[in-house]
Design a protein around this ligand. Structure first.
Ligand SMILES: Nc1ncnc2c1ncn2[C@@H]1O[C@H](COP(=O)(O)OP(=O)(O)OP(=O)(O)O)[C@@H](O)[C@H]1O
Length: 278
C-alpha cells in the first residue's frame, strides 16, 4: 500500500524542529553536480548524477552499501584525486566554479570544503595543535590570533568546556566522541563554507552520537553540511534534504527530507526506506 493512500509517514522526521532562523532562508545552491560519473578503472561507481545542494542546510546521502555515497562525497572536495584508479566525467561546481578546473588548488579547496570521517582521526599532537593545524598551513600563525581561532573552533564544535584546561594534552587521550568533535573543530578552524561528513557518528556510542547530531544542527546555521549516513532515522532527524542513491551509483530521488521519508515519488525509495532491501 502506498504511503499516499494511508497517509502514514514511513519514518517521522525531525526537521521541523530546526527550520528556524538562518535555515528559513530560500535555498541558494552552493554545490552543483551535472551529469557526474565517477569510475574506478572501468567500473562506474557514480552514474550520471545531477544535484543542487543548498547552502546552510543539512543534506543527507543515504542508500545501500556500495551505492557510491562516499565516492560522491569525496568527489566534492577532490579527495578521490588521491585514489589512482579514480577518474571523473561531468562537472562539479562549488559556488559556481568547477572544482576540476586546472586552476583549482585541491588543498585550498579542502580548506573551503572540509571533511570529517567515520573514524575520528586526530593527529598525534596536542588538542590545541590539532585545531591550529589548518590555520598554520594557511600561514595564520600569529600566536594571539591562533589561540583565539582555536578557542572559537573548539566552542563551535561544542568541545571547549571539556578541554579548555588541558589544551596541551594529546588529542589521542580524548574519548571517541570528543575526538570526533576535535576533528570537527579542526575542519572548521580554517572557516570553511561546507563540511562533508562521512558517517561521522557510526563509530560512536548513543550519547556521543546524540551530541554530534545536536552539533550538526548548530553547525548548519553557519555551514553547509553534507552527511553520508547508514542510519535512516538519523537522516530523518537531522537533515533538511535527502538524496537517495541506489546500487550502481544512480541518484534516484532528491527532495526535502519530509517528502523522502513520508511520501517518496519513487517506489524503489519507499522499498529501501521500509527495509525491503539494502
Ligand atoms: N578506492 C577504490 N578503488 C576501487 N573501487 C572502489 C574504491 N572505493 C570504492 N570503490 C567501489 O565503488 C563503489 C562505491 O563505493 P562507495 O564506498 O562509494 O559506496 P558507499 O555507498 O559509500 O558504501 P558504504 O555504505 O558501504 O560505505 C563500490 O563498488 C566500491 O567497491
Amino acid at each position: 500500500m502506498s504511503t499516499e493512500q494511508n497517509n502514514e509517514p514511513i519514518i517521522k522526521t525531525g526537521v521541523q524542529n530546526v527550520a528556524i532562523g538562518a535555515r528559513d532562508r530560500p535555498d541558494e545552491t552552493v554545490l552543483e553536480a551535472t551529469n557526474l560519473d565517477v569510475y574506478y578503472g572501468d567500473e562506474r561507481a557514480i552514474d550520471d548524477v545531477s544535484i543542487e545542494i543548498p547552502e546552510t542546510k543539512v543534506t543527507a546521502m543515504i542508500g545501500p552499501s556500495g551505492c557510491g555515497k562516499s565516492t560522491f562525497l569525496r568527489s566534492i572536495n577532490r579527495m578521490n584525486d588521491q585514489i589512482d584508479a579514480a577518474r571523473i566525467d561531468g562537472d562539479l561546481y562549488f559556488q559556481g566554479k568547477n572544482v576540476y578546473d586546472e586552476d583549482v588548488d585541491p588543498v585550498a579547496l579542502r580548506r573551503k570544503i572540509g571533511m570529517v570521517f567515520q573514524k575520528p582521526n586526530p593527529f598525534p599532537k596536542s588538542i590545541h595543535d590539532n585545531v591550529a593545524y589548518g590555520l598554520r598551513v594557511q600561514g595564520k600563525d600569529d600566536d594571539v590570533n591562533l589561540d583565539e581561532a582555536v578557542e572559537r573552533a573548539l566552542r563551535a564544535a561544542a568541545l571547549w568546556d571539556e578541554v579548555k584546561d588541558k589544551l596541551d594534552s594529546s588529542g589521542l587521550d580524548l574519548s571517541g566522541g570528543q575526538q570526533q568533535r576535535l576533528c570537527i573543530a579542526r575542519a572548521i578552524a580554517p572557516d570553511p563554507e561546507v563540511l562533508l561528513m562521512d558517517e561521522p557518528a557510526s563509530a560512536l556510542d548513543p550519547i556521543a552520537t546524540s551530541k554530534i547530531e545536536d552539533l550538526i544542527a548548530d553547525l548548519a546555521e553557519e555551514y553547509t553540511v553534507v552527511i553520508v549516513t547508514h542510519n535512516m532515522q538519523q537522516a530523518a532527524r537531522i537533515s533538511d534534504k535527502t538524496a537517495v542513491f541506489l546500487t550502481g551509483g544512480e541518484l534516484v530521488e532528491f527532495d526535502d527530507t519530509t517528502t523522502i521519508f513520508e511520501n517518496p515519488d519513487d517506489n524503489r525509495v519507499e522499498d529501501y526506506i521500509t527495509g525491503k532491501f539494502g
